[in-house]
Design a protein around this ligand. Sequence first.
Ligand SMILES: Nc1nc2c(ncn2[C@@H]2O[C@H](COP(=O)(O)OP(=O)(O)OP(=O)(O)O)[C@@H](O)[C@H]2O)c(=O)[nH]1
Ligand SMILES: [Mg+2]
Length: 297
Amino acid sequence: MKSGFAGIVGRPNVGKSTLLNAIIGEKVAITSNKAQTTRNAIRGIYTDEEYQIIFIDTPGIHKPKNKLGSYLTNTAVSTLGEVDVILFLTDGRLSEGPGDRYITEMLRKIKKTPKILVINKIDLIEPDEYREIYEEYDSTGIFDQILGVSALTGLNTDLCIDKIRPYIKEGPMYFPREMFTDNPMRFLVSEIIREKTLLYLNEEVPHGIAVEIEQYEEEEKCTNISAVIYCEKNSHKGIIIGAHGKKLKGIGKAARLEIEPLVGSKVYLELWVKVKENWRESDAALSNFGYRNDTVL
Ligand SMILES: Nc1nc2c(ncn2[C@@H]2O[C@H](COP(=O)(O)OP(=O)(O)OP(=O)(O)O)[C@@H](O)[C@H]2O)c(=O)[nH]1
Ligand SMILES: [Mg+2]
């Protein structure tokens, strides 16, 4: 058996979590069209006859504007030193900007770990544009391999595994064959609620959203879940709840429909919205929401 860890890094919103889900073939990480969706190192486990590769999806690396942002970037950066292969993901529509360059310069200094550049969203670009971005990155001399994919359509995502195989050495099976993530159910549920909340919101509000599960009770025929959606301002609370509670109802329904097949029972989901001002600057609140800089692997 061969086994090892592959870290997926890149700027926010380039499609890292979408790629993780495509590779694993299950929804392991939530995704959204808003930057900074992923907030923890999320493990997705790929196992076949010969290989077990544990993919670590990370928060987008960016210039932090608050303590949450520093935590996110630190989480991603600390993953780099602990994996056997690095997948650096970039959006094929954009040429290398300062955000990407900041990361590639960091990668340049990590000599011992093989690096694969994954140019994503190739469904949105022309072959000429692909060639241009390919050459731009190839000339940096940083990457051992370069690959174009569309995480959304699944084009070439299976090739990611093939490109990684040569770098994976003999090792133990870390997880049982059928396991595709080691995230606890409570975490998955809170993430689904956060994803649906992001889906229903536009700019400004999403970054200040956090979800906490207050009650999780499995009964014979039903799972009772009560969760709080935290936001930073009273005005945001109003936006999340919506006129006559319509938006919150929509969030709850969308979340419930996805949670039910996951837990395998009917779900009674109760959602509350609370304001926690400036929580993204509070160490205690960050720690409480599980955004702690402790274990990555
Ligand atoms: N057209 C297209 N859209 C994509 C592709 N991959 C991802 N997306 C979209 O890009 C957006 C961001 O995707 P995510 O997977 O959440 O991005 P991320 O890099 O994990 O973002 P953070 O967690 O915020 O760092 C979502 O709206 C995805 O549907 C792709 O290959 N093609
Ligand atoms: Mg993500």
